[in-house]
Design a protein around this ligand. Structure first.
Ligand SMILES: [Zn+2]
Ligand SMILES: [Zn+2]
Length: 267
């Protein structure tokens, strides 16, 4: 087992001690764990989110590099970060990420049209089609981000806090833009993330099986597994389900990232 997407107390929304997380991963038998704390550079451009503390990058990378070294005989530690994509924040990531040695960078959309789609207000002023289309448009733009990243995080995230009576994001309703996203990921040699932090979505993982199937159909191979755990108890959550679903669709490998190189792990 391995996990390419986890958080520790270097993220504003986690209290998890990073060393305890790594020790727990060793105990659970993981061969690799990437700690990919939130770097919400986009929120520094939006005054209404100034109350959300920003990650201390120097500290994060220093601590993770030393833990990587300390436990290298027991587990591979991927030094990582999760960028919150917003076009206007491109310069922030370009400028700051090059200062650090990293193994994996996840590019994720949390903010859409300057709003946080974790807030009900995002949905209240939009029809479902508008809300989801704007999200997918942001994901499409994120694939073209000019800074280096390895995988596109949790496609379908917008439905987690969706307030509509039917929250489903059906491939058929957005097939053109979803195909465009998947083709761009493949063309750029990036990975699609299978993310099992799917509370509130009614799904075992994001993206949905039909989007995952379409990715395979279009020739997609690079697939990462991420539990998006913010505490030890969720580490590798639903790993078996995700592997099983990927295998059923014809994927033979999942990938972990070391120094931004995909390393195949047989399913
Ligand atoms: Zn995220
Ligand atoms: Zn995350």
């Amino acid at each position: 087992m391995f996990d390419t997407h986890t958080h520790c107390m270097h993220s504003h929304d986690s209290q998890q001690d990073p060393e305890e997380l790594i020790k727990f991963a060793i105990q659970k038998g993981l061969e690799y764990i990437a700690v990919t704390d939130h770097y919400d550079g986009e929120l520094t451009l939006l005054p209404e989110f100034s109350y959300i503390p920003q990650i201390d990058l120097d500290n994060h990378f220093k601590v993770m590099s030393s833990l990587k070294e300390k436990y290298k005989d027991k587990i591979q530690v991927g030094v990582g970060i999760e960028c919150g994509y917003m076009a206007e924040a491109d310069g922030i990531y370009l400028e700051n990420l090059k200062k650090y040695d990293t193994d994996i960078i996840i590019n994720s959309v949390h903010t859409i049209e300057y709003e946080d789609c974790y807030m009900p207000s995002y949905f209240e002023k939009r029809t479902k089609y508008q809300a989801y289309y704007a999200y997918l448009k942001a994901v499409r733009d994120s694939v073209d981000a000019p800074y280096h990243y390895d995988s596109i995080g949790h496609i379908g995230y917008v439905i987690r806090k969706s307030t509509y009576s039917d929250i489903s994001l059906d491939y058929k309703d957005f097939s053109d833009i979803i195909d465009d996203i998947l083709k761009a990921i493949i063309a750029k040699g990036k990975a699609l993330e299978l993310n099992t932090h799917s509370e509130g979505t009614g799904l075992d993982f994001l993206p949905s099986t039909e989007i995952l199937a379409r990715y395979k159909e279009l020739g997609g191979e690079l697939l990462t597994f991420g539990s998006d755990a913010h505490r030890t108890s969720r580490l590798c959550a639903n790993y078996d389900k995700a592997c099983h679903a990927a295998k059923e669709l014809g994927f033979r490998y999942l990938f972990k990232y070391l120094n931004h190189k995909p390393v195949a792990v047989k399913i």
